[in-house]
Design a protein around this ligand. Sequence first.
Ligand code: NAD
Ligand code: UDP
Length: 308
Amino acid sequence: MRILVTGGAGFVGAHLVDRLLRQGHHVLCLDNFYTGSPENLRTWWDHPDLECITHDITEPFVADVDQIYHLACPASPVHYQADPIKTIKTGFMGTLNMLDLAQKLGIKVLISSTSEVYGDPEVHPQPEAYWGHVNPIGIRACYDESKRLGETIAFEYYRQYGTAIRVARIFNTYGPLMAINDGRVVSNFIVQALKGEALTIYGKGTQTRSFCYVDDLVSGLILLMAGDQPGPINLGNPGEFTIQELAELVLELTASTAGIDYQPLPKDDPRQRCPDITQAQEVLGWQPKILLKEGLTRTIPDFQRRLG
Ligand code: NAD
Ligand code: UDP
């Protein structure tokens, strides 16, 4: 198949492109390289089945393809808060453009939504039926609300035009190829530990997250696309850790003695986050296989290599 992957040069996108190429597909990678890099696709640079196109998805795009994985959007708070209006345009107009293309071509389109649609959740763990608890005017809203709007547009295309949407609610994912300056917690901690710097915990470190290894996520995305359900479906690892526990694990695995530097907690930072993956298990037959310790052990050498 000819498969369009928006955001294909980003962290998750590059792993997905890699898997699709290995499966023998022809991939069009669409990216404006805001947080992504061609470096992430280096292994495939000379391969005839990969086409890389520099394009901003807030502008319409037309190509003859059989499927679309729509991943383009900065995912780290540091990057999506740097230009909030642009983030909103990407979440709204970018998603609209991709749904429009899928509708015209009559093909499946997978929308990468997020656990952020649940905001600072009052239901724990979070099932898909939970509507969420988002501050619509807070500093995370440019991302959270545009992702929520992305889901709304997707479901209106589904109801109004019968577009074959697949909506994935992705929970915190980590692994090799996360940008050194990504700013999310796993990459920050690994980079700091490898540089012998203290790990920056925001707040007291009692907030929780559930970390999914990227290979598991990619398997979930491909199963969701292959199935016949629009979703939304939670894709994440239900293993829940405090940020303090994560810091201690990274210190242990890197044999770092640099310790921890406690800094102020950013506003609206969700206190807890854990996916209910019953639907993914029942509908897709999917569940993550890689435990956090194993995933970090696979990730750290990649950062070591890139940091030289
Ligand atoms: P990332 O920042 O590494 O990758 C995003 C990619 O999109 C980059 O290559 C970037 O250059 C590109 N991009 C951004 N804006 C664009 C635009 N306007 N036009 C074209 N390209 C653009 O992020 P990621 O972690 O790979 O996330 C991929 C997708 O998955 C995002 O939609 C994100 O919201 C979603 N997601 C990720 C996580 C996670 O933990 N990684 C969690 C929830 C949801
Ligand atoms: N965090 C932290 N130190 C860092 C980066 C993040 O303590 O250097 C915290 C952050 O405040 C949040 C959690 O780790 O509570 C996860 O942050 P991340 O940006 O990775 O993802 P998100 O908040 O979007 O889930």
